[in-house]
Design a protein around this ligand. Structure first.
Ligand SMILES: C[S@@+](CC[C@H](N)C(=O)[O-])C[C@H]1O[C@@H](n2cnc3c(N)ncnc32)[C@H](O)[C@@H]1O
Length: 335
């Protein structure tokens, strides 16, 4: 088992009644380990969106850095990445980490998804990961992301779903810890099963061409994320104790038993399912023609996804799309 990376204490650490996790160096280390384990799949998400040079990107609820490093690499020196989080201690850890990595086009700003000083429609991409899982407020979060995205820009959401959080062979301590952690999140307003709801939320919010992808990190002894469940439990301890979900002594015993089981040579575990959903904010739909040509119907209104991309249209075949060329109408013949 790898110990969590050490992060020097740089600010006051907060535990509040409306947030399930502690904001401590151990939790920041857990978040970074999680981010690193998910980096490959997050890269696939960003590449499928087409994030590229010059993009203005926002990572809403970035915590100790979130995906700002991956955005930074793609946006390049002409792009800009903002990491927004309400927690000063998380931002201090994020700034230190970004400084060590030399991320020059990234800025970390204190703010809330629902109360911030960011420009409306000021970003090409607004992304959030695991914020819904920890605070709920599902629809409000999607609406907030949408309001910050320029017309034709992209909203991307990655949320957790504990449905596949499982361990083999089963163990009573592991099972009990899973039940405790999901209940603790619920008590604090979070939702460990938010992932499965995101696609529907995105469609209902009016995003277009909504895409859906899932990924999961599997672990066995020695893997970086093998201690995911015990570490999440420890970060959630104040909420667990506050709601009487377990005593301190019981938690300590369960964590020990669970770690012993996870350290066995043949135990395997799947962590939470990560559900990735992304879609395009419509441009002004008032400009949509009703029926462009007899025999044709409008399929979608879209902006080019990336500068100078080559798109296929049913009527014109492959076409080159100039950067910010405006609306591209996709039409199809009635069969
Ligand atoms: C589980 S962490 C995820 C951090 C980061 N997105 C990542 O994937 O590593 C959830 C983050 O949401 C932040 N958060 C909580 N309430 C928020 C709000 N109202 N608006 C924006 N972020 C919020 C927390 O401070 C925390 O950093």
């Amino acid at each position: 088992m790898h110990p969590a990376p050490k992060v020097r204490q740089v600010a006051r650490f907060v535990t509040d009644a409306t947030y399930p996790m502690e904001r401590t160096p151990a939790e920041f280390g857990r978040l970074r380990l999680q981010a690193e384990s998910l980096a490959f799949d997050t890269g696939i998400l960003l590449d499928r969106i087409g994030v590229g040079a010059g993009w203005r990107c926002l990572d809403l609820g970035c915590g100790a850095g979130g995906i700002t490093d991956l955005l930074s690499a793609r946006a390049g020196p002409t792009g800009r990445v903002v990491g927004l989080d309400p927690d000063a201690a998380s931002l201090a850890a994020a700034r230190r980490w970004a400084g060590e990595k030399g991320l020059e086009n990234v800025e970390f700003v204190e703010g809330d998804a629902f109360a911030h000083a960011q420009p409306p429609e000021g970003f090409d991409l607004v992304h959030e990961r695991f914020v819904m899982t920890t605070i709920g407020r599902h629809r409000e979060l999607v609406d907030s992301a949408l309001a910050l995205t320029r017309p034709g820009g992209v909203v991307a959401i990655q949320e957790a779903d504990a449905g596949v959080l499982t361990c083999y062979p089963p163990h009573p301590a592991w099972d009990r810890l899973k039940a405790i952690v999901t209940t603790a999140f619920e008590h604090a307003g979070g939702d460990c099963f938010s992932g499965r709801q995101v696609f529907r939320l995105a469609v209902e919010a009016g995003l277009q061409q909504v895409e859906f992808r899932t990924c999961v990190v599997g672990t066995r002894r020695g893997d970086p994320l093998v201690d995911f469940l015990p570490q999440t439990i420890l970060s959630t301890k104040p909420v667990i104790l506050k709601h009487g979900l377990a005593s301190e002594a019981e938690l300590a015993r369960l964590v020990d038993d669970c770690r012993r089981h996870l350290g066995a040579p043949t135990t395997v575990q799947t962590s939470v399912l990560v559900i990735q959903v992304w879609g395009w904010k419509p441009v002004d739909t008032r400009r949509a023609p009703t029926i462009p040509t007899p025999g044709f119907s409008v399929l979608s209104v879209d902006r080019p996804r990336r500068p100078h991309s080559r798109r296929f249209t049913p009527t014109r075949g492959a076409v080159d799309v100039a950067p910010r060329a405006g609306v591209l109408w996709s039409v199809a013949r009635h069969e």
